[in-house]
Design a binder for this molecule. Sequence first.
Ligand SMILES: [Cu+2]
Length: 154
Amino acid sequence: MKRRTFVAALPCMVASGASAQAQPGLFAENAWSRPALARIGTAVVYLSLRNGGSQPVRLLGGSTPVAERVEIHESVVEGRVARMRARPGGVVVPPGGVIRFEPSGLHLMLIKPAADLKAGQGFTLTLNFENGATFAVPVQVAMREPAAGHGAAH
Ligand SMILES: [Cu+2]
């Protein structure tokens, strides 16, 4: 499912509580996670990274209190089989660019969740960047991507 309205909403989101900033010009937006059972062994986080700075930034991975580790994965179709593979080299967000972690594409995989993730719950995902920057992004557990927030400043 494509949400083109998301692009149009970006300028609003900068001013809303739905974004977090790692360094000047770099934002994580609309972070959400699907409900998941711990016994399944994995959970997934989606978000968008927007780089308004002048330098490329490489996301290397992350960590969270709710799972053993976090990996950057990509869903690919090989032949007719959809599978996912790890991206150990991370993902570069070019200057002026947006990288979306979204269903059927890039995603952040939580390996071995410590407990079930339930809709309505929130947790923190700390993103690690190659330049040494880290930052904590609030993640909302929901059945679907939360609507982009429009802050009072808009
Ligand atoms: Cu995965």
